[in-house]
Design a protein. Structure first.
Length: 447
């Protein structure tokens, strides 16, 4: 591979390299695709890898001066979601809030933001052979054209942000977004979901935030774009860092938003132990939520035989596959399973007792909601990705390539790990060597 830009120093746990940013294109390498498996089983047909692009060069080429020091971090984190573009092999992806980690100080974990000026971006990529190329990117901006950072919004509700070494507090930013799911509307604009609010964000084709839809009662003040309280207030009980993550666009234009984890109702312990999570249907025309559904996770050791902590279960991706049908990804950081779900109108719980915080026991506390009359969405397993050779961990984005092929993208966390050892004595990243990959999986039968 080509060397980094002059004067750039990076530390890796094994050998890695990068290339300069040139017209936002990135070269990459990839291992061989997995061999065909017996008929009737899913298998990997292709794996492509994103090469090293200095994060500062990437960000400053979009909005000059946003990143003063990238601390040796490369572009990554684009695996928050993946959505088909208008050409074969091309996709829209979205970064999350940027490099972040956790360091324990005096027994308490602090959330670090090594590159606080990073501006989340929509990134268009092309998969060619074993290479993922960046074709272009769209920075997210406020109404006045300022960068949207990835910093938390509200003290007391979001984690306090700190510098890379957890030694210096950073400022909150009401404009900050922890972007996750992405779809593109027919008019060329984009819809994103965010974990902080949680919120649904409408973005112009050029990246300007047009409207951010948040739960009733959030009272987000100081944002430099329109904020509308149009989502159910019960979502204020989202677990920290577990707001909206999945987003799908149905054929008629309605959106489906997936909360990543069960709500903390009536408290954190209930949410950690629960296997019931919520999906919402949003009408862009009405600018309102029109339905809410209860979705039930499989047991954690079914999703991931190596895991026994229920709180590790997450929904990271939802994919429309025709009509009111969705693929829903249940995952831990090591394994994932995709289920086919139909949004049954009879299963709508919007505005009922389960949206009332005073209801006891809460929806999240019910051991078997369906047995007690809650209309839980039915589901059918399509593929257990944990059993498919060649599929990486932490799959956060899934796109439908054709009737029997899916494209998966992982979140490599910008090569970061938690702990003080994530950076060397000079404050440069010690890279995890986890790469961003796009993996094609052939299903045993058409969807």
């Amino acid at each position: 591979m080509s060397p980094h830009a002059p004067g750039r120093r990076r530390v890796h746990r094994s050998v890695a390299a990068g290339v300069p940013l040139a017209v936002l294109a990135a070269l990459a390498t990839a291992g061989p695709a997995a061999a065909h498996t017996p008929s009737g089983e899913a298998y990997v047909t292709r794996t492509a890898t994103l090469g090293d692009v200095p994060l500062g060069a990437f960000s400053n080429s979009l909005l000059p001066g946003t990143v003063a020091d990238d601390r040796g971090v490369d572009l990554g984190g684009i695996g928050s979601d993946i959505y088909p573009a208008d050409r074969v092999g091309e996709f829209w992806t979205v970064t999350d809030r940027g490099p972040n980690g956790q360091i324990k100080v005096d027994g308490t974990k602090r959330r670090t933001f090594p590159v606080p000026g990073f501006d989340p971006a929509i990134v268009r990529i092309r998969v060619t052979g074993s290479t993922v190329k960046v074709l272009g990117a769209i920075p997210l901006t406020t109404s006045s054209g300022k960068p949207v950072t990835g910093l938390p919004n509200q003290a007391g509700r979001d984690e306090a942000p700190y510098s890379y070494d957890a030694g210096t507090p950073l400022s909150y930013d009401p404009d900050g977004l922890d972007t996750e799911g992405i779809v593109r509307a027919s008019d060329g604009s984009f819809w994103l979901v965010d974990e902080y609010g949680p919120s649904l964000v409408h973005v112009s084709a050029r990246g300007k935030v047009l409207t951010r839809y948040v739960p009733e009662g959030l009272h987000l003040e100081g944002a430099d774009y329109p904020v509308v309280e149009a989502l159910p207030a019960v979502l204020l009980n989202r677990k920290i860092n577990r707001g909206f993550e999945g987003l799908a666009q149905l054929p008629g234009g309605d959106l489906v938003l997936a909360v990543q984890s069960p709500l903390s109702l009536p408290d954190e312990d209930a949410g950690e132990a629960s296997r019931t999570v919520r999906l919402l249907r949003f009408s862009p025309g009405k600018k309102a939520v029109t339905a809410e559904y209860a979705y039930r996770f499989d047991a954690v050791n079914v999703v991931d035989p190596s895991e026994d902590d229920t709180s590790e279960l997450k929904i990271s991706s939802v994919i429309a596959v025709g009509g009111d049908r969705l693929l829903v990804e249940e995952r831990t950081d090591k394994a994932a399973r995709l289920h086919l779900v139909r949004l049954d109108r009879r299963a709508n719980i919007l505005g009922g007792r389960w949206d009332d915080e005073a209801t006891s026991p809460s929806l999240e506390q019910l051991d078997d909601p369906a047995a007690l009359g809650v209309p839980v969405l039915s589901k059918r397993l399509v593929v257990d990705l944990g059993t498919v050779a060649g599929v990486p961990g932490k799959i956060e984005g899934v796109a439908r390539v054709d009737r029997d092929t899916l494209a998966l993208i992982n979140d490599n966390d910008f090569g970061m790990t938690d702990g003080a050892e994530a950076f060397d004595a000079q404050g440069r990243l010690v890279d995890s060597d986890v790469e961003t990959t796009v993996t094609y999986v052939r299903l045993p039968r058409a969807l």
